[in-house]
Ligand binder design. Sequence first.
Ligand code: T4K
Length: 657
Amino acid sequence: MMNDDLESGQNTYVAENCPPLYVSQPLLPDLNLFSNSVKKIWESKQVTNNGPLSLELENRLATLLNTPTAMLFNNGTIGLLTALKLFDLPAGSEVITTPMTFAATAHSIAWNNLRPVFADISEHDLTIDPEAVAAAITPQTSAILAVHVYGCICDHEALKHLADSHGLKLIYDAAHAFGAKWNNQSVATLGDATVFSFHATKLYNTLEGGLLTTPFAEDREKIYLLRNFGIKNEEEVVSIGLNGKMNEVQAAIGILNLDLLETEKTQRALLRESYRRMLSGLKGVSIQDVAPHVTQSEQYYLIRINQDEFGRHRDDIKAELERHNIFCRKYFFPLCTDYDVYRHLRIITKKHKPYAETAKNQVLCLPFHSGVKDNHLDIIADVFHKTTTRRFSARKPEYLDSYNKSIPCEYIVGSENLGEFFYKKEHDVLIREIHNGVKVIEQILNCSDTDLNSRDFLLQKFLDYGIPLMDSDIFSQFSPSMNKGGFGAIQFPTEFIDMLRRLIPLGICTAAEIGSFRGGSSYFMAAVLQRARKDFTLTIIDPVNNMIGFDAFKSKLNIDNKIPSTSENFEGQVFDFVFIDGAHDFNSVMRDFENVGKFSKKAVAFHDIHGHEFDNEDGGTVKAWGTIKERLRLSSEVCEYAHSVERSLGIGLIIHS
Ligand code: T4K
């Protein structure tokens, strides 16, 4: 069961011991019925090449979808390739499509020696935006390949008008829209051609499969040839076809699944309603809106999570659910325009910024099939409701307040005295750990160039070095590297190492660290940067001396401890690199930046950009990082290393160009 102790920051959710629940689950016929069908196929010895079952299925689908031409394919992608081939579009001409789709859509254009042009999507239902399509049309445009994404029907009227007025073919990728209707008209007849996917993840499936439909009976022969190598008869090959045939076993599944379709759809419609009730009213969560003239395909259940309103990022929800063995999908993150092969293509839009860029960080498809049971819904509801109100634990021990009061306020600019916060120091253990830490530092100082440039090596050294035991579950994956003594580096390992790796090539000679706590991270950072550049020195600025083992590390490292001091004492001093990790309230971070950080020559970094136990109510480092990043983003490179599923800690790094 769930065990959420937000105040204490204790383990928040305990993983359920239940089988995984996926976004999709194949609809499968009764095994005995399927065995009977397979037995007949075996007896007939006709297993593929337009056998009786595929012909029967084709006829039944043509009737069901109310279309004169319905041709089965071995998968939806081959169906798409064929649909584009059908119209003899000029080689190299442009086909306008959406970036918010599965790879197959864009790839089918490129595989046909055509050029994909990406147009933005509508904020309303994420289908292609006709205004953007209009803006994307050029004399080279030959077709529009629009996608009824998630089963939402595109703005067909507007697209048809554009296609007709510019002499373009209108092709629909209806991989998600089997059975959907638009103004009561079957989706199969809306475009010049329409392609469905019958992949196992689709509501109606043949394990793998696809269907190409057109509103014209005369297209049948041409599609038939393209699907079968262009072979007209034993002696004539009349077109450059491929092998797109569906085999008899796939067709047998398809025939049996027709009988299950309506029940599954009904169950999904009920599930849709349950999700709607569960999620409506949650600020920042929007539910897919379906226009009244559209009949749903019941393929996906898409939501969008607006982090600013909801308080947590879509990825956080996804990760929380995964801890309960519930696996959602971010269809379609990344966008096609994020793929290496299309990265050079921009998204044409009429908006200030492509909406697809916003949507890709918000979309989440929830498990949507009859395998979703009430207990799953309970967990999902719980995760959503708890996550939205959840801040990273504000677990500030009371003794800190009294400690702070006993020290003049202006003195607390660097790190607070957290001496008792972590595990009680046990003298022997600490000595052992310091000894171990020095050994690791020596290994770094003596490592090869290859090792210095290896992420794995540095990460391993960091873990060998140790992390003080913390009872926050965000560190649980590193538990083998945690120690009980209280010495080590209080960092999220991958974030810290990735920041250091970005600094190595900059040849940092002088650095200042504002706020050092026990010195663990400082020594490690100094070792890596000193290995990268021998004359490197680190100046440690902190009002309170909590450093452990300074002398032991000082014997190996060029570190200079300026404690007690604050950033004010170094106002205007120039360092190549400044690491700000002092008091985490907004004003202190800003002050450390104004005093020293902004004078850095090569880079400045901030720890805990995503929140921390000691963030004060004024927005803390989170707000300060946002402010500084915004100020510098046009003139500098902004990097964020935030690898914790919980989106806590996190390092922000600004490289001055
Ligand atoms: N156009 C659009 C708009 C499309 O979405 C697609 C396919 C196409 C064209 C091309 O159609 P096909 O050529 O595929 O017929 C899945 C599907 O493989 C893909 O067909 C689909 N779109 C896409 C949206 O989703 P992945 O990479 O998400 O698949 P996978 O294997 O991660 O499956 C998702 C989840 O489904 C799994 O986490 C578990 C569950 N699952 C999956 C399979 C294969 C099962 O429970 N059993 C299974 O056998 O792409």
